[in-house]
Design a protein around this ligand. Structure first.
Ligand code: GRF
Length: 196
């Protein structure tokens, strides 16, 4: 079992997909902690309902990103977490976590990166009048959705399609793709030479 922490800021439907996949034995991961920068968010409620430990903080209570990331890092170390899985975490990851988890922080974004990075990837695709968009799983670096791409899935935008419909189909793609790709990463890692 790979020990992971999932980072959320909102609804947490991707967190739920990961919880469900792990429960069903489809994802060889133990979710040790759910971290959130929004203390009241529904993702935390989902974690609590699943009996998963949580760490919530308000960034405004800290002078700098490094300060709350040190707190997170301490807890992650205690729990021996190996991978950080971002699932709707609306904050740039800073140097404290990036340096401690090189190539161990993964994110999902609702577009075919490098198109439509940052906030509201779905709205950006619609506003551009695009005929297709999709979902990207990638490693996290210091930029906004700029890290190396691991996997992508295309989603066609139907002519005249509204936001609700597209959003639903993108989320469905995310909930399929994310647990599957995480499983591949965790399984492959076991076969890499020299990896602990
Ligand atoms: C997803 O669309 C994800 O790609 C993006 O934020 C959204 C989070 O949704 N990074 P949820 O909180 O997992 O429901």
């Amino acid at each position: 079992m790979t020990k992971i922490a999932v980072f959320v800021s909102g609804n947490g439907s991707n967190l739920q997909a990961i919880i469900d996949a792990a429960r069903q034995g489809e994802l060889p991961a133990a979710i040790e902690l759910v971290v959130s920068d929004r203390p009241g968010c529904y993702g935390l409620t989902r974690a609590q309902s699943a009996g998963i430990a949580t760490l919530a903080f308000n960034p405004k209570d800290f002078k700098a990103k490094g300060h709350y990331e040190e707190l997170i890092a301490k807890r992650l170390k205690e729990l021996e977490v190996k991978y950080l899985v971002l699932a709707g975490y609306m904050r740039l990851v800073g140097s404290v976590l990036l340096e401690r988890y090189p190539r161990r922080i993964i994110n999902i974004h609702p577009s075919l990166l490098p198109l439509y990075p940052g906030k509201d990837g779905i709205g950006q695709a619609l506003a551009a009048g695009a005929s297709e968009t999709g979902v990207t799983v990638h490693y996290v670096d210091e930029g906004i959705d700029t890290g190396p791409i691991i996997a992508q899935e295309r989603v066609v935008i139907f002519p005249g399609e509204g936001r609700d419909s597209l959003e639903q189909r993108i989320h469905a793609a995310e909930h399929r793709l994310y647990p599957m790709i995480l499983r591949q990463i965790f399984q492959e890692e076991k076969t890499w030479p020299g990896v602990r």
